[in-house]
Design a protein around this ligand. Structure first.
Ligand SMILES: Nc1ncnc2c1ncn2[C@@H]1O[C@H](COP(=O)(O)OP(=O)(O)OP(=O)(O)O)[C@@H](O)[C@H]1O
Ligand SMILES: [Zn+2]
Length: 393
């Protein structure tokens, strides 16, 4: 199914533009008309991280006339293994600004719009309304459902990608011509069931494989060439080196884009929709959070504690807190961990930075270990405040 071009062509290309884009211009399918459409196009990339890095670099190089970049985060050293739009000297800098600088260096002929904010229900409709197409490079379900809902409500195509370890997926969701993200994934996964790249890792170059597919689809949609990935899910296995696509049908019962939609505006709270802890549960976790210093004091006093590291074996091997027993979070989710916990000791949980241990803590408390606590900031906080000679990751 080919689709008409998403944007009208710009009136003309300048002499500089003709020189710069000549290798596009001589492809018959792109040509002058296609390049003028790219010039007139406004594309927003959500997230300047793993997928956003290659996506932004190639969208800019291709001559997309207005490129929006939205990210609230700052560049961390552990980002540089894959977020190639940022360099060593950008560590600590706002990602959107760092990305904008790289993009302008690659192509000074385009307009770059920097949004140094978190995309939220307060701003998503207004921000999206200024763009023709959304490329999603984010890493969390709450943002994806929000991006999808806003894109459907505004009738804009949503170019989605997802990566984990050696596996990638991509698709184009566009309710007017095919399924939306909710047709494919009607419900978010239970909290904690799908590990993030921060938990499970990701091969850096996988970002380029999937991010460049997203750009490829964006260019096809903007210029109206080829078969867009609408109604198809592309699945990439980097270890087996296999690409395959499977059909995704529009769900007539979809709550958002189906025949009788029940979702007709943005949800109030996408975090809650994706199963973030309720306020009560969050308070319980906050009340049971200790610092790395408090843990060290407990150990020095010889308190009767059982320290559990809920990360994965390979993370444990990178750096660990002395005295910790490894029981990965998955074992808390499936219940196996509970048999390994002593009844007569105070349970202290930790992970990398406090997210996974908070999830495990809720399970442990529910199972009756009412005085269990977890270490806020996890092993990273231990490294920072107790033993800076240890590595961070
Ligand atoms: N709601 C949002 N608004 C703006 N930017 C977002 C939003 N949600 C996620 N992002 C950004 O999307 C990017 C996702 O990239 P990626 O998963 O590679 O990165 P990361 O969060 O830097 O990595 P890690 O979690 O491994 O430390 C991040 O830069 C993140 O700040
Ligand atoms: Zn749908």
């Amino acid at each position: 199914m080919s689709l008409p071009p998403l944007v009208e062509p710009a009136a003309e290309l300048t002499v500089d533009e003709v020189r710069r884009y000549s290798r596009h211009l001589i492809i018959p399918d792109v040509g002058m008309a296609g390049q003028k459409r790219l010039k007139n196009a406004k594309v927003l990339c959500v997230g300047a991280g793993g997928l956003g890095s290659p996506a932004l670099l190639y969208l800019a190089a291709a001559g997309v006339g207005t490129l929006g970049i939205i990210d609230f985060d700052v560049v961390d050293e552990s980002n540089l293994q894959r977020q190639v739009i940022h360099g060593q000297s950008d560590v600590g800098r706002l990602k959107a600004e760092s990305a904008a600088a790289s993009v302008k260096e690659i192509n000074p002929l385009i307009d770059v719009v920097v949004h140094n904010v978190a995309l939220s229900t307060d701003n998503v409709m207004e921000i999206f309304s200024g763009y023709d197409l959304i490329v999603d490079g984010t890493d969390n379900f709450a943002t994806r459902y929000m991006v999808n809902d806003a894109a459907v409500l505004l009738g804009k195509p949503y170019v989605w990608g997802s990566i984990y370890r050696f596996d990638g997926q991509a698709s184009v969701f566009w309710a007017e011509h095919g399924p939306c993200y909710r047709c494919l994934y009607p419900e978010p996964p239970p909290p904690g069931m799908v590990p993030s790249c921060a938990e499970g890792g990701v091969l850096g170059v996988l970002c380029a494989s999937i991010g460049s597919i997203q750009v490829n689809e964006a260019i096809k949609l903007l210029t109206g060439i080829g078969e867009p990935l609408v109604g198809r899910l592309m699945i990439y296995d980097a270890l087996e080196m296999q690409y395959r696509t499977v059909k995704v049908r529009k769900d007539p019962e979809c709550v958002l884009c189906g025949k009788n939609p029940s979702v007709t505006q943005l949800l109030d709270d996408y975090e809650a929709f994706c199963g973030a802890l309720s306020e009560d549960a969050q308070q319980a976790v906050t009340d049971s959070t200790i610092t790395a210093r408090e843990l060290k004091d407990m150990q020095d006093r010889g308190d009767d504690i059982f320290l559990v590291d809920v990360r994965e074996q390979n993370e444990y091997e990178i750096v660990s807190i002395p005295g910790a027993t490894l029981i990965p979070k998955g074992e808390f989710l499936n219940g196996a961990a509970l048999e390994k916990l002593p009844q007569d000791k105070k349970i202290v949980l930790h992970c990398k930075s406090g997210g996974r241990s908070a999830e495990a803590l809720a399970i442990v408390k529910n199972a009756g270990f009412s005085d269990a606590v977890h270490v806020g900031g996890g092993v990273l906080s231990w490294v920072k405040t107790i033993d800076p000679s240890l590595p961070s990751y």
